[in-house]
Design a protein around this ligand. Structure first.
Ligand code: SF4
Length: 498
């Protein structure tokens, strides 16, 4: 899954006649356009996947022409999180009210077909992820999306909403944008209401699956001019290659270009989703004793194979002292699979880091239990936290865990011989050593496979062509913890950077 910055998400909404705050886009190297909205305006640096932009100084209000030139220059130059694709200049509106609206995929269950889900809250602005209780959820069919009056009927339950009809019309346009472009996520936050009752998108973002982009829309999703001016670090390039080879799920990574203060603690982060990034920002945004080495977002149901690869990149950051991993505490991503990826990365990285890990979501208890079992065998200290612990408490432990001596430089020895199975997507190689498992019964590694992809027939390993490998690492985890290490998974990093 890839992220679309605001200026490109606006193009999609415009095509479906969704009203937007007026704005113009400026690319690096271009001069200030003549047709900018009347001052004051907001300048917004466009970096795909970046969140908490205001607190990073990537969104600025300017009131004068001098401020406009000065700030535009800053935002168009490579900054803390690299080179922006450009700057969006939007009108500074006097908003009467701010709402939140989002469309996401509903994967369905035994009783319900997959479709979309519309989220709407009368409390917009930042922090909406931790106010999930105030959200109105409306499931919708992707084949027969709801008409304005059906949406309006649902909105009537919200007592403090006055503009039912105008908001329903807006949401209908949003749903049709979501469906037309086969998006995974589409968010408008805030959805602003002006004094005269006009409803419009003030800020927006989208996430999409590369393979779902139609030929005719490629220029919007992958503009040809983007790429040459990216100014990526080597590690950022590696993540781009990981995303190229395994496009499912979000894998976003940007390194901080600023120089840390001398005594600050350098923290590498793996933040799972926008909620994780927001909590980290709220916890450390004003602290000068903590230097965030990187922005990251691993979410959207990515495989454990991909989580492992991105973690290896995060751990490879020179001079990082601690790893902190957190989500918002309510992830769809299986936390046990994520924990298996973290365990493997800490074992196999030549530069593992003392780690603070906060698991929240499906199988969070199993994730914690895994580390209770294995952390004693790791070369670095690890602490885990349940989702109800706010990252403040984790930060309180950072100094102590960073001061523990760690064993680094251990060389990872890949499995020997020929792989028994080569998985193409997500890419990985599975090695099986029959001499280590001579019983007739299936070994733990095979029994642990949740999809039935691994099979045991007549005392031999085979695969079920009807099933798929989801890259969850459960086979290797069970092989080590319950078996005889009969199975290993080898996950190469992109060939170009090996
Ligand atoms: S083979 Fe099965 S258990 Fe192993 S990674 Fe693939 S789906 Fe998971």
């Amino acid at each position: 899954m890839s992220a679309l910055p605001e200026y490109r998400t606006r193009i999609l909404l415009e095509h479906e006649n969704v009203p937007l705050v007026s704005g113009v886009f400026v690319r690096p190297g271009e001069s200030t356009p003549q047709d900018i909205p009347e001052l004051p305006v907001f300048l917004k640096a466009q970096i795909p996947g970046a969140t908490s932009r205001k607190s990073h100084g990537l969104v600025r209000r300017v009131d004068t022409c001098e401020e406009l030139e000065h700030n535009l220059n800053i935002l168009l130059s490579p900054g803390k999180w690299g080179q922006a694709e450009g700057v969006l200049i939007t009108e500074g509106l006097d908003l009467e009210t701010e709402y939140y609206a989002g469309c996401m995929l509903d994967f369905g269950n035994g009783d319900r077909l997959p479709g979309g889900v519309l989220l709407f809250s009368t409390e917009g602005g930042s922090g909406v992820e931790v106010r999930s209780g105030s959200l109105l959820k409306m499931r919708f069919s992707l084949l027969h999306p709801p008409a304005t009056d059906e949406i309006e009927k649902e909105l009537k339950v919200l007592e403090n909403l006055k503009e039912h009809k105008a908001v329903a019309e807006f949401l209908e346009g949003m749903i049709s944008t979501y469906i037309r472009y086969k998006l995974i996520v589409l968010e408008v936050n805030p959805l602003g209401v002006l004094k005269d009752g006009t409803v419009l998108a003030v800020d927006c973002r989208a996430e999409f699956e590369n393979s779902a982009v139609s030929k005719s829309d490629r220029e919007i999703f992958f503009p040809p001019e983007i790429g040459s001016s990216k100014n990526l670090t080597r590690l950022e390039e590696i993540v781009e290659l990981i995303n190229r080879d395994d496009p499912s799920g979000t894998g976003f990574f940007r390194q901080n270009r600023e120089t840390p203060l001398e005594d600050s603690l350098r923290v590498a982060t793996n933040l799972c989703g926008g909620g994780g990034k927001m909590l980290w920002e709220m916890t450390t945004g004003s602290r000068t004793d903590i230097f965030t080495m990187n922005e990251s977002d691993t979410s959207g149901g990515l495989s454990a194979f991909k989580s492992y690869r991105i973690l290896r990149v995060i751990l490879a950051q020179k001079e990082a002292q601690v790893l902190l991993l957190t989500g918002s505490g309510m992830a769809f991503q299986n936390q046990y699979h994520l924990a298996a990826a973290v365990w493997k990365a800490l074992k196999e990285s030549p530069t593992p880091l003392p780690s603070l890990l906060r698991f929240g979501g499906t199988d969070e208890d199993k994730a914690q239990a895994l580390f209770e079992k294995v952390s004693g065998s790791l070369p670095v200290p690890v602490r885990t936290y349940p989702p109800e612990v706010f990252p403040n408490a984790m930060v309180d432990d950072i100094m102590e865990i960073a001061s523990v001596e760690t064993e680094t430089g251990k060389e990872y020895v890949p499995p020997s011989g020929e792989p028994a199975i080569i998985v193409e997507r997500p890419p990985g190689k599975i090695y099986f050593y029959p001499e280590k498992w001579t019983g007739e019964e299936a070994p733990p590694s095979v029994k642990a496979c949740p999809t039935g992809f691994l099979e045991w027939k007549n005392g031999k390993l085979s695969t079920n062509p009807e099933a798929r490998c989801i890259g969850c690492l459960m086979c290797e985890t069970a092989s080590i913890l319950e078996g005889t290490c009969e199975l290993r998974v080898h996950l190469e990093l992109p060939r170009e950077v090996d």
